[in-house]
Write a protein that binds this ligand. Sequence first.
Ligand code: PEP
Ligand code: MN
Length: 265
Amino acid sequence: NANRKFHPEDTVIDVNGAKIGDGSFQIMAGPCSVESKEQICSVAESVKRSGAGLLRGGAFKPRTSPYAFQGMRAEGIELLLEAKALTGLPIVTEIMDLSQLPLFEEVDVIQVGARNMQNFELLKELGRTSKPILLKRGLANTLQELLMSAEYIMAGGNGQVILCERGIRTFETATRNTLDISAVPLLKTMTHLPIIVDPSHATGLSKLVKPMAMAAAAVGADGILIEVHNDPMHALCDGQQSLTPEAFDDLVQSISHILPYAYKE
Ligand code: PEP
Ligand code: MN
């Protein structure tokens, strides 16, 4: 059960030593998509140097257009594992279909993307694994629905669920989505599960990533998920919202100044 009423203490998730929900602020960073060995290894080394605790990278990509880059798939996971061997950073990558599960054997955190938040059969099967699951809020889902999806995973015996607020669809078109920042303190009262914020997909604009990441830290999130690319202008996916390694380093510095003042219930 995800309800705080029945489980007052915070759930802490330990990903090979990288803790989420223990009161620290965990940073997951990396490119939207794995593009090459050079790219993922270079981004992994720079985000680690700046203070990221986990490396993210998409191998199976849920693209709106079928003509857009669909990800490197199995090869992308292999390259993530090479970057993990190089840096020691645990890896987070998205699963889109149950058939892909055997490829996730050595993946540290399995991401369920916004578009699959209510893929109940997928959630049930992930509930039978012993991997931490990063569950992103759907584009048009309520917090209650997000928690019910978390419970689909938990009901199978896997209590290691990390919730992610990544923006919801509103009438506003100036940003890719609208970051529902109030979801963080509200979810904290509703559930014991850790909650992180993804300001990259929430805004779609690299300029807004730092202020929204600072906001996430201020409202008491357990961490953030940030898209970082070595060459955002030429990224195969989501370049307009990706930070350069330098901008990411600056973001991490800014967060450290906010953390002592972070809201806590
Ligand atoms: C992603 O993290 O790369 C992604 C596709 O995010 P979302 O599911 O939130 O759109
Ligand atoms: Mn992306």
